[in-house]
Write a protein that binds this ligand. Structure first.
Ligand SMILES: C[S@@+](CC[C@H](N)C(=O)[O-])C[C@H]1O[C@@H](n2cnc3c(N)ncnc32)[C@H](O)[C@@H]1O
Length: 216
């Protein structure tokens, strides 16, 4: 799994860096996300505002941050620090510019691999993971790292576009599919498996939105 993880991560790092400046927002945020999830962009912004309310001024991490399109909104509303982390340097640079232009000085862009975050256990009061888990191989490993950096009592806000053909297949097969083909329930179960508890799962067309909490 580690080798596959490394190969996919390198591949996505290159692709997303290359498209960060001119292609990503028009093609992905403004075209693909509404196609997959109808009002997904609006729902992601709403999740960000919920994260701000639940963090009560504590630090928030947005992973993966992409171009900062959504993170700028939450960082402008949040009185504390927002770390915007992404493995693709092109995305991180673009987030830096977006934050500067928007005057979102509390948004701190950081190049980091979501499987190895450079933060101590329980650093963040809230975690936002928008539209990224579907491109990260090893769902269990990704959510385990997000759980590790979430403070006890903190919440995670996930959105994920998928083509959930896994929901039609036996569990033994669906659990081996790439995350992009798995159902929202699978993603929620992965969050439960690493220790997140009480959750809310909603769907908008082919995208899922999940909120879960780390009790201790
Ligand atoms: C579809 S974009 C979503 C970005 C942003 N949250 C949004 O909604 O616009 C997926 C992002 O995941 C990032 N990514 C892929 N693998 C990653 C990893 N292992 N660690 C951190 N970021 C990763 C990519 O660089 C890309 O920016």
């Amino acid at each position: 799994m580690r080798t596959i993880r490394r190969i996919w991560t390198r591949l996505f790092r290159g692709i997303y860096s290359a498209i960060a400046d001119n292609i990503y927002e028009p093609l992905v945020v403004k075209t693909a996300f509404p196609l997959f999830g109808k009002d997904l962009p609006g729902r992601v912004l709403e999740q960000g505002r919920r994260a701000v309310a639940s963090a009560a001024g504590g630090p928030i991490i947005d992973l993966p941050v992409g171009t900062g399109y959504f993170a700028v909104d939450l960082a402008t509303a949040h009185p504390g620090i927002v770390v915007g982390a992404d493995v693709a340097w092109g995305m991180v640079e673009r987030t830096r510019r977006t934050a500067t232009e928007a005057g979102a000085s509390r948004l701190i862009p950081l190049q980091a691999d979501g499987f190895h975050l450079p933060f101590a256990d329980g650093t963040f009061a809230a975690v936002v993971s928008s539209n990224g888990l579907q491109v990260m191989p090893d769902l269990a490993g990704a959510v385990a790292e997000l759980h590790r950096v979430t403070r006890p009592g903190g919440s995670i806000y996930v959105s994920i576009p998928t083509i959930p053909i896994g929901a039609l297949l036996p569990r033994a097969i669906s659990s081996r599919l790439p995350t992009f083909f798995r159902s929202g329930r699978d993603v929620r179960d992965a969050l439960f498996a690493v220790g997140f508890t009480s959750s809310i799962l909603t769907r908008t067309r082919f995208a899922y939105l999940i909120m879960a909490t780390r009790e201790n």
